[in-house]
Write a protein that binds this ligand. Structure first.
Ligand code: PHB
Length: 395
């Protein structure tokens, strides 16, 4: 019998006229219990846009597909971890599992936060749907982790190949100094160098309270043909501001970056500084499909015009993965059964076709090369090339 049902029975037993109830309650009575999902995201602090986007997507999903699946209501317990402290995320995950009895954990805005919660998922045998954090190694930290976002190696390798093919010969890399940044740096350097390019210098800025000005001054002095950048979602506008103010573009240095830097949520504040910048990512709000148009319109309409970004899509597809898995298990929330039901699942996402790789528990998906262009009165990352069904290559 699944753990969840056992636990529930135990509670009934403790609750009163027990033997009779335990013997006679039909399964459908258990099935009527809500399924609780602990959604831990930054809703405050420097990465609050990640939480806002994921929350909006989860709400839109439930609005569209209902809050009930396989006869059970899906209840979301939203927790703000502030985005910066692994201890806070870990405590919230622990409380959600032991006090609130959630059957699923989801969210996780940044790598250190996802890594801190991984042992809790393993101990409690609770699926942990990582919708945002993107360092390659994360799913290896627990057999209960599945990831509906992307990895930095996955989006960086295609850009490094594109740069080499497009006659860029010398590059300085510049990343945030933690998991995803180090992944991006390593993969860019290897892929670009293997293709005959030269990495002149590799710079790393601190994640907390970064001052990008001195780094960009150094890049200007090094005079590479291009600068490759990864900073996490939320930080891109500050980098673009310094890139412009220090006159790097004017000095003939070309900016290339992962889509995290030109996050759709930030494009309005970055504005013309993004014009012509080539980036790579698994999602753009400008992805030309009817499904995506409907999605972008839905997010905007329900959230005062907010433009959907890639973190929202990770959240939306995380809900899809959970709902479809619950259909397969007939509402059984046993962690091992849910993970087994999720492995290998394919669907048409608003980003394009995706599959949750059964072995890696990561998305296999298209990675798009895009160029920032003015569309109407706003800048968008317009896809012009793609690597299809691309797996995380690791580091
Ligand atoms: C991460 O911490 O893993 C992370 C956060 C934001 C991004 C990418 C990676 O845009």
């Amino acid at each position: 019998m699944p753990d969840s049902i056992n636990t529930h029975r135990r509670r009934i037993l403790l609750g009163g006229s027990a033997a009779l109830a335990a013997g006679m309650l039909p399964l459908s009575a258990f099935a009527a219990d809500p399924i609780k999902v602990g959604l831990i995201v930054p809703m405050s602090g420097p990465f609050a846009s990640t939480g806002r986007q994921i929350e909006a997507a989860v709400k839109l999903y439930q609005q569209k597909y209902g809050d009930t699946v396989a006869g059970r209501k899906v209840e979301i317990l939203l927790k703000d971890d502030g985005g910066l402290s692994p201890d806070v995320t870990k405590r919230l995950a622990q409380e959600l599992v032991s006090r609130d009895k959630v059957q699923v954990l989801a969210g996780f805005g940044l790598t250190p936060l996802a890594l801190a919660a991984a042992p809790i998922a393993t101990q409690a045998k609770v699926p942990m749907i990582v919708t945002a954090a993107a360092t390659s190694i994360i799913p290896q930290r627990s057999p209960f982790i599945v990831r509906t976002g992307f990895t930095l190696p996955q989006v960086t390798a295609p850009l490094a190949s594109w740069a080499a093919k497009n006659k860029i010969k010398s590059v300085v890399t510049f990343v945030s100094d933690y998991g995803p940044g180090i992944d991006a740096e390593k993969v860019f350097v290897k892929t670009f160098t293997d293709a005959g390019g030269k990495v002149v210098e590799s710079l790393r800025a601190p994640l907390r309270n970064p001052d990008y000005a001195p780094f960009l001054q150094r890049v200007k002095d090094a005079k590479p043909e291009a600068l490759f950048v990864f900073v996490p979602s939320g930080e891109g506008a500050a980098v673009l501001k310094q890139f412009t103010e220090r006159g790097l573009a004017a000095a003939g240095i070309r900016l290339i970056c992962t889509g995290d830097v030109l996050d759709d949520d930030l494009m309005a504040s970055i504005g013309a500084a993004s014009n012509g910048v080539v980036s790579s990512h698994h999602y753009s709000a400008a992805h030309p499909s009817p499904l995506n148009k409907e999605y972008v319109d839905g997010i905007a309409k329900a959230n005062k015009g907010m433009r959907a970004n890639f973190h929202s899509v990770g959240g939306y597809d995380g809900m899809h993965l959970l709902y479809e898995a619950l259909k397969k298990t007939n509402g059984d929330t046993d962690g091992e059964k849910l993970i087994a039901a999720m492995k290998g699942m394919s669907w048409e996402s608003v980003r394009g076709p995706v599959t949750l790789d059964a072995a890696a528990r990561d998305m296999v998906q298209n990675v798009y090369i895009r160029k920032a262009e003015l569309r109407g009165s706003e800048y968008y990352n317009v896809e012009f090339d793609q690597v299809e069904k691309f797996k995380d290559p690791g580091v």
